[in-house]
Design a protein around this ligand. Structure first.
Ligand code: ZN
Ligand code: ZN
Length: 174
């Protein structure tokens, strides 16, 4: 019986110390969770009342406050939201500006060579590979043909030679 009494009197301070350590550990985790919630909500909302609400939730409901905060917090951080808005803005601008006639501003398809509304030349066909290329490109990026060279040469043929050529063709056909 004495042995048991001795064991208990020895055990009590150990249990007390353990209790204090566990208590201190829990307080530390709780304080850290409050700090984390404070930092987390500041990244997600600029609204002071939302920030106070989130921090007091974790502060007043130790441990249970964190899962509640995870459920209730805004799903996106401010940086993520800003990034997404920027992305959507770029996307919208891209769609709006890319496929519109530069002359009449009416919608066109990206592979049109003429605007169907005002007949403005938008692109041209490569002389060699017949793919649609930009008017401003001096060379065809698909086959390497010097497009600027071809278009520079075209106007040097006198206009009067065309009827003559046609006539020559008609004669050779008949
Ligand atoms: Zn047009
Ligand atoms: Zn080509």
């Amino acid at each position: 019986m004495d042995a048991l009494q001795d064991l208990l009197t020895n055990l009590v301070p150990i249990v007390q110390i353990l209790g204090i350590l566990i208590g201190a550990y829990l307080v530390l985790i709780w304080a850290a969770s409050v700090l984390w919630a404070y930092r987390d909500i500041r990244r997600r909302s600029e609204d002071v009342s939302v920030q106070v609400l989130a921090v007091s939730l974790v502060l007043l409901l130790p441990f249970a406050g964190i899962p509640l905060h995870l459920i209730l917090r805004p799903p996106q951080t401010l940086a993520e939201r800003y990034e997404r808005e920027l992305e959507q803005e770029y996307l919208r601008r891209d769609i709006e500006e890319k496929y519109v006639c530069p002359e009449c501003q009416r919608p066109i398809e990206p592979d049109f060579i003429l605007c169907p509304h005002c007949q403005t030349a938008l692109r041209r066909h490569c002389d060699a590979c017949h793919r649609v290329i930009d008017l401003t490109w001096s060379i065809c990026p698909y086959c390497g043909t010097d497009g600027a060279h071809a278009s520079r040469q075209a106007p040097t043929i006198p206009a009067t030679s065309y009827p003559a050529l046609q006539r020559a063709e008609e004669i050779s056909r008949s």
